[in-house]
Design a protein around this ligand. Sequence first.
Ligand code: AMP
Ligand code: MG
Length: 406
Amino acid sequence: MKINILPAEALEIIMGACKTTDPVYLPILDSLGSLLAEDVVSDSDLPGFDKSPLDGYAVRSRDTRSASDESPVLLQKIGFLPAGHLTDKVIGKGETIRLMTGSKIPEGADVVIAFEKVELIDNRVKITRPYPAGTNIIKKGEDLKSGTRVFNRGMVLNPAEIGILAALGRCFIKVYRRPRVAILSTGDELLELQEPLEEGKVRNSNSYFIFSLAKRLGAEPCLLGICGDQVEAIKNQLKPALAWADLVITTGGVSVGDYDLVKDAFSELGAEMLLWRVKMKPGSPMAVARYRDKLLIGLSGNPAAAYITFELFVRPVLLRMMGRKDYKPVEVKSILQDGFPKVSKNDRLIRAKTVYREGRFITFLPEKHSSGTISTLSATNSLVQIVGGKGPYEAGEEVVAYLLHL
Ligand code: AMP
Ligand code: MG
């Protein structure tokens, strides 16, 4: 087990120990946020037929050749073709068919003229200018040709991709299974939400926080509830979950206090300890173990520390499990709008709000940023790196900000 290591080394160890989940087929509506485990190739042309982009009249280009204001051409209307319907009429010399947006272009026609560009006189359409062949026609396969590779394996399925899969008629799609995440909060002081608050106790907020973070990333989280500071109790809660989970996340009980028993519980369950304690603030008391191909990550109980270490270490793990190979947090240079007085030995990551204004990023720091404070996490959209040994930071200094949720 590595003890008290730099964050970069910790991340490398953790990433080295996590495995991408197996591919599964899902209905496309259940695949939002998942990564493709197959290349998607179009098996048909999109659209599948020449179609009209507007309401108008299908005509033959050559019939319009001599049309002008002085000498208009009159075409005989021989039918009406709504979208989704077919006609066996063929447009011959001097004829036209009225179409709706999305109608299939009838045989014989090579132009569609918008309704508002013509006049209808006694079932005859008056045309006052020539139209070249192909005007207002969406060609078969113009959007996508059959046989085109539409998406590559590893791509994230966002709403647009799901719409495109639907257009291709794909009901099911092969994606990496959502990682299953079991979440346990440990600490004798914890109460569940429905319990009345007692002196000396705190409500378990971490579980809900972590559940939501994992869910938003596309994982399948499960709450194991709360558990006191006893090795046996922690083991009993975790053991059945290990049969199900790809990742176990605990909070609390990983620092060097007398009641910090999560590490012991991991070991006694048969997991191999990989690391304990990381040189950073907050969240230094993190413990990571491996049990077969599953990971167990013990985060600090301090809510903000748990949140920040989740962003730094758990997010990349979950994305890797979901099939993402190349995740790196989005990093920008930003100008501090507030000072930060504390100087510490190790790097510190503090919550912040970073916005792009007048050509540059600027970062605001909340007043309260101790790792036990939860209230100011709400407006957080970034983490700012306070370099170990450097400082105090003044307003106007340039810092590195990691943009979250991207
Ligand atoms: P620990 O990591 O066990 O030393 O806990 C650090 C701090 O976080 C203590 O003040 C705990 O009361 C608090 N804490 C631990 N677990 C939770 C939780 N699930 N929800 C909210 N606060 C917690
Ligand atoms: Mg504790």
